[in-house]
Write a protein that binds this ligand. Structure first.
Ligand code: ATP
Ligand code: MG
Length: 565
């Protein structure tokens, strides 16, 4: 079964205006960059992308799309001890999956190591950088605080010639790791600590995922980032708020080198309730095996969300609805789920699936007879058509849809009571069969042949319609019910955040029975299991049976719980 309606997705809402668009419009009006718009998405390949990155991806690629510009994908790979090719590959897959294209503009900060080195020599020769022999601890101790100025290093006034010689020998591998650094010579008394002679290069013997052992000195983020933007001709370098205090340094390097100068603009990062967003913590979850992997359907990673059944359209819609602001805030996870439900409601084919089966025998239905009944694929989409679902004497219904002793507002099946089977007949429960332990194992019912797909000719009413599958035709499957990974709205604020993991974040059901059309579902295909929620076929084939992940319930069940609590 292929999900060809995927391509007829509703158009993404055009995003509202925001302050970054206003800046771009102003710059275009003043001719600051000659009307050019070039942005970039610059992940560090030290983990998988998460939903916070999606906000940045949508923003950067979205600006380029809207203004007829370009957006580059750049791996910010200046930290060889934490970076891996696996991450580089996953990042590309995730950006593409979200629906964005960098054409041939995949770049690496490590491509610029040679140029960055040459520029460092240029700054040394201009008396704007020096080699410092202080240890990392001593440098920290000299840095001062927010209220006290820093102190100058005793090595600060080395001559350019001496600095150049030492820097070249740093590169040549003459000194041990951590023994010396190259620092920018700016201002140890600056109220902005980022300008107190920041480190530009460190000695580090580590094999880089791309440059191997070619380098034993590596540039720091602040020295590499703006210059990479400059090399690529970026016009608007959009980053998150924590870099606001780094902007004077970004500007200082470009000015001191006299190179093309992009404009850095900061926006508030996405925070989401019940979600951990830091890559370091996500890595902890993976390494401590608290989840199955980076693509565990409970993870906020794009690969996890994809495996859970999220659509790229829902994520893009979400990113456009949350907007772009200058002040930090936290978005309710319920909004993300709302966007998902809206998209899936439009597009996901409906099917019948019984998660906790209870056997029903229709005693007056002929043995061996099979009817192919017509079922609607998607009431929201007439083009989706209908399909045939087999009906026979032995069925499964949901265990929850029967109560031997029904409470007041329970209108589904009970002894002596009649309900409608979706797309089929009225059935009436005549007898309850139990095992030796007293558990209900089978219902013996009668069906009314005059009620196929409609009402009873005598006008008699039923108060519930339930779903079913034909026992002989059903596909047996495993279904994984996922829920929030954390029990508290802001797990990152908890000292013992591991203790806030939701013990019920995964419930695995085996022996589920699905209508036969689902035997052809391919991994990633999404469905609405009628009355139960949205589900997505999982790639895991290890059990020999299909596996489906619950993407999201039909309604926000937590809203009820929170309102009650
Ligand atoms: P983390 O803090 O989780 O390790 P990071 O910001 O260090 O993430 P990068 O790989 O450097 O990870 O991020 C790439 C880009 O994505 C950066 O421009 C960063 O500002 C942006 N980004 C990261 N997290 C978020 C977020 N929660 N909301 C919006 N943008 C984000
Ligand atoms: Mg970062």
């Amino acid at each position: 079964m292929t999900n060809d309606r995927e391509s007829t997705a509703a158009p993404i809402e055009t995003a509202a205006s925001h302050f970054i668009k206003d800046i771009v419009l102003e710059d275009n009006a003043s001719g600051k960059f000659g009307g050019r718009v070039c942005t970039r998405f610059p992940p560090e390949p030290n983990g998988y992308l998460h939903i916070g990155h999606a906000k940045s991806i949508c923003l950067n690629f979205g600006l380029a799309e809207e203004f007829g510009g370009r957006c580059n994908l750049r791996m910010d790979d200046t930290n060889p001890t934490k970076e891996e090719d696996e991450y580089v590959r996953s990042i590309q897959e995730d950006v593409r999956w979200l629906g964005f294209d960098w054409d041939d503009r995949l770049f690496y900060a490590s491509d610029y190591f040679g140029q960055l080195y040459a520029w460092a020599e240029q700054l040394i020769e201009a008396g704007k950088a020096y080699v410092d022999d202080l240890s990392a601890d001593e440098i920290r101790a000299h840095r001062g605080t927010l209220t006290e100025p820093g102190r100058q290093s005793p090595y600060r006034d080395r001559s350019p010639a001496e600095n150049l010689d030492l820097f070249r020998r740093m590169r040549a591998g003459e000194f041990p790791d951590g023994s010396r650094v190259l620092r920018a010579k700016i201002d140890m008394a600056s109220p902005n600590v980022n300008l107190r002679d920041p480190v530009m290069y460190r000695i580090l013997r580590a094999t880089h995922h791309r440059t191997g052992d070619q380098w034993c000195i590596y540039p720091m983020y602040d020295y590499a980032h703006g210059q990479s933007d400059s090399i690529e001709g970026i016009t608007h370098s959009v980053c998150t708020l924590e870099f606001e205090d780094h902007r004077p340094l970004y500007d200082w390097f470009c000015d001191a080198l006299g190179i093309y100068h992009p404009r850095q603009i900061e926006f508030a990062r996405l925070n989401l309730t019940f979600t951990m967003m830091s890559k370091r913590r996500l890595l902890d979850l993976v390494q401590q095996r608290l989840v199955v992997g980076w693509d565990d359907p409970r993870m906020p990673t794009l690969s996890g969300l994809r495996r859970r059944g999220y659509t790229p359209e829902a994520l893009r819609d979400f990113c456009s609805r949350i907007g772009v602001a200058k002040r930090d805030s936290t978005v309710d996870l319920a909004l993300l789920e709302h966007c998902l439900r809206e998209d899936l409601n439009r597009r996901a084919p409906r099917v019948m699936a019984v998660l906790r089966p209870l056997r029903v025998v229709l005693t007056n239905y002929p043995e061996g007879r099979v009817e192919e009944l017509e079922a609607v694929n998607n009431p929201e989409d007439t083009a989706a058509g209908t399909r045939k679902v087999p009906f026979s004497r032995v069925l499964y219904i949901e265990r929850d849809d029967f109560r031997e002793d029904p409470p007041k507002k329970f209108f589904r099946l009970a002894p002596g009571r009649e309900v409608r089977l979706r797309y089929a007949y009225f059935i009436k429960c005549e007898e309850v069969v139990k095992d030796a332990a007293g558990e209900v194992v089978e219902l013996r019912c009668t069906y009314d042949a005059a009620t196929l797909g409609g009402d009873a000719p005598d006008g008699r009413k039923v108060k519930a319609t339930i779903h079913w599958v034909s026992a002989a035709h059903a596909v047996e499957a495993e279904v994984r019910l996922y829920d929030r990974l954390f029990t508290v709205p802001n797990p990152a604020a908890e000292e013992d955040w591991v203790a806030t993991l939701n013990p019920a974040s995964l419930e695995t059901l085996v022996g589920c029975r699905l209508e036969p059309s689902l035997s052809a579902a391919s991994p990633g295909e999404r469905f609405q299991f009628e009355r139960l929620g949205y589900f997505c076929a999982d790639p895991d084939a290890s059990s020999g049976r299909p596996v489906f992940n619950r993407t999201v319930t039909l309604k926000d069940q937590w809203a009820k719980i929170e309102a009650k609590g």
